[in-house]
Design a protein around this ligand. Structure first.
Ligand SMILES: [Zn+2]
Ligand SMILES: [Zn+2]
Length: 118
């Protein structure tokens, strides 16, 4: 039933925080090589990236310079996991996410973490 599936998938995409917005929030290493700034190798692990395997972390501004960081999926998972850990533990922890990620941000992070575990 094509009439049913189209609106339903559109609604799923609209729920919560879009993945690109979460990716744009992941912290980058303090030191980045030129190749990393250009998104030609993984920004976290220096691994060469093929176009399909690369995750775009969004354009960022670094010391007034525009950089285009990309990363491999395992590194993206790891970065998202540490953001989730900060989000859900410690004195400023999100009260909704202490047991499992359930606020919109926690759920979006969880989605990004699972991206690398396909
Ligand atoms: Zn990597
Ligand atoms: Zn939360």
């Amino acid at each position: 039933m094509p009439h049913d599936t189209a609106p339903r998938s559109a609604r799923t995409v609209a729920v919560g925080i879009p993945t690109p917005e979460v990716l744009a929030l992941l912290p980058l290493p303090v030191e980045m090589t030129d190749l990393q700034q250009q998104g030609r190798i993984c920004v976290y692990g220096r691994k060469a990236l093929s176009t399909e395997a690369a995750v775009d972390l969004g354009e960022r501004r670094r010391d007034g310079v525009l950089v285009f960081p990309r990363a491999c999926q395992p590194c993206v998972s790891r970065a998202a996991m540490s953001v989730l850990l900060d989000h859900s533990s410690g004195p400023d922890a999100c009260t909704e996410c202490k047991r499992e990620p359930i606020c919109e941000f926690g759920r979006a992070l969880n989605r990004v973490i699972r991206m690398g575990q396909r």
